[in-house]
Design a protein around this ligand. Structure first.
Ligand code: PLP
Length: 344
C-alpha cells in the first residue's frame, strides 16, 4: 500500500504556504522578513511553524523520532487535517465504532464525508471481524478510540494490528486517555504499519485542555502531507512554551495521573455499593460509565447539588448511563454522597 496513493490529488499538487520562519528558525539574524513588530516581548514573533523544540522533547518522552511527530491545535485539529488530506468530499467515506468519540462524525460532516459505523459488542469489546467485513472501497479513514470514550475500555493490540493489516486506508488510533490505561500505547507498532496514525493530547493526563495541544505520531510521509495543508502557525507561542514547561515536569504529571487512577478505583468501589446503580463499567480512562436505575433523575439531582456529569442515555449501548469524570478526592466524595443518598 502506498500513502501517496491515498492522498487527495489537490493535496499532492498543492504548493504550501511558505512561511517566513520555515528556514531561519532559531538563528541569530535581524528579522525583517515577516512584518512583525520589532519591540521584544514573549510574543512579538511568529511561532516556529514546525514546533521543533517541542517535538524534540516529545520525541524523548515518547521514544519516537521527532520527524514522525505532528503537533496540532488540539487533536481535534489533527482529525480535521486527516480528513482534508485523505478524503475527497462527497466521494470518500470513513468508518468508526459505535459508541465512540463524537468528534469523528462532526469532523466528517464538516468535510462532506459520510461516516458509517460498526457497533461494539454489548460488553463494549471490539468485533474486529465485523469491522473488517464492513470496510468498503471508498473508506479512507478508520477511527479506533482506545481507551474508548465514553465506554472506558481498551482494544487489544492484536485486534488493532489485524485491522491495520486488513484496511487499505489510514487507521487512526485515538489514545487521548492512554496515560490512565494499563495497556501500552500503539506508538511502538508504527514501524510495522505505515498506515497507522496514533493520536494523543495534552488535554487530559497532562492537565492542559486549555492549551489546545494535540500530538500525532505517524510515518514521515504522512507528516509531510499534513505539514503541507496545516495552517502555517497552527500552534501559538504561548502554548508551545507552556507545553515545554509541562513536559519537563514529569514527576508532577506522574503524581497527578497516579492520583486520578487511584481515585478512579475508590469511586468504582463506592459506586458499586450504591442502590441507585445498576452497573459500573470498568474503566482504563479518567471517567467511569455508570448505569443507573433512574439516570435522568440522578442527573437532575447531581445538578441541583451543583455537579455536572455527562448524560449518555441516548448513546447506543449506553441506556441508562451517565459518564462521570474522576475529579479531585473531595469532589468525588461529594458526588458519591449524593448518589448514595439518592432515593427514587
Ligand atoms: C478529549 C478527547 C480528545 C482531545 O481532544 P483535544 O482536541 O486534544 O482537546 C481527543 N479524543 C478523544 C476521544 C477525547 O475524548
Amino acid at each position: 500500500m502506498s500513502i501517496e496513493g491515498l492522498v487527495r490529488d489537490n493535496v499532492k499538487k498543492l504548493a504550501p504556504y511558505s512561511s517566513a520562519r520555515d528556514e531561519f528558525w532559531g538563528m541569530d539574524y535581524v528579522l525583517l522578513d515577516a512584518n512583525e513588530n520589532p519591540y521584544d516581548s514573549d510574543i512579538n514573533r511568529y511561532p516556529d511553524p514546525y514546533q521543533r523544540e517541542l517535538k524534540a522533547q516529545v520525541s524523548e518522552i515518547r521514544n519516537i523520532e521527532a520527524e514522525r511527530i505532528f503537533v496540532g491545535n488540539g487533536s481535534d485539529e489533527i482529525i480535521d487535517l486527516l480528513f482534508r488530506c485523505f478524503c475527497e468530499p462527497n466521494q470518500d467515506t470513513c468508518l468508526a465504532l459505535s459508541p465512540s468519540y463524537g468528534m469523528y462524525k462532526v469532523s466528517a460532516g464538516i468535510n462532506a464525508v459520510d461516516i458509517h459505523y460498526v457497533s461494539l459488542n454489548k460488553d463494549f469489546s471490539l468485533d474486529s471481524k465485523a469491522l473488517i467485513d464492513e470496510i468498503s472501497d471508498t473508506d479512507k479513514l478508520l477511527f479506533l478510540c482506545s481507551p474508548n470514550n465514553p465506554t472506558g475500555n481498551t482494544f487489544s493490540h492484536d485486534h488493532i494490528q489485524e485491522i491495520c493489516r486488513q484496511f487499505h486506508g489510514i487507521v487512526v488510533v485515538d489514545e487521548a486517555y492512554i496515560d490512565f490505561a494499563d495497556q501500552d500505547s500503539m506508538i511502538q507498532s508504527l514501524d510495522q504499519f505505515e498506515n497507522l496514525v496514533v493520536l494523543q493530547t495534552m488535554s487530559k493526563a497532562w492537565g492542559a485542555a486549555g492549551l489546545r495541544l494535540g500530538l500525532g505520531f505517524m510515518s514521515r510521509e504522512i507528516v509531510h502531507y499534513l505539514n503541507k495543508i496545516k495552517p502555517p502557525y497552527n500552534v501559538n507561542v504561548l502554548s508551545q512554551n507552556r507545553a515545554l514547561d509541562l513536559l519537563s515536569q514529569s514527576a508532577d504529571y506522574e503524581k497527578k495521573v497516579n492520583e486520578i487512577i487511584s481515585e478512579r478505583s475508590e469511586l468504582e468501589a463506592g459506586l458499586k455499593d450504591c442502590q441507585a446503580v445498576i452497573k459500573v463499567h470498568p474503566s482504563e480512562a479518567n471517567y467511569i460509565l455508570v448505569q443507573f436505575q433512574q439516570p435522568k433523575e440522578m442527573y437532575k439531582k447531581l445538578k441541583s447539588e451543583g455537579m455536572i456529569v455527562r448524560d449518555r442515555t441516548a448513546t447506543p449501548l449506553c441506556q441508562g448511563c451517565l459518564r462521570l469524570t474522576v475529579g479531585k478526592p473531595s469532589e468525588n466524595r461529594k458526588m458519591l454522597e449524593v448518589i448514595k443518598a439518592f432515593e427514587k
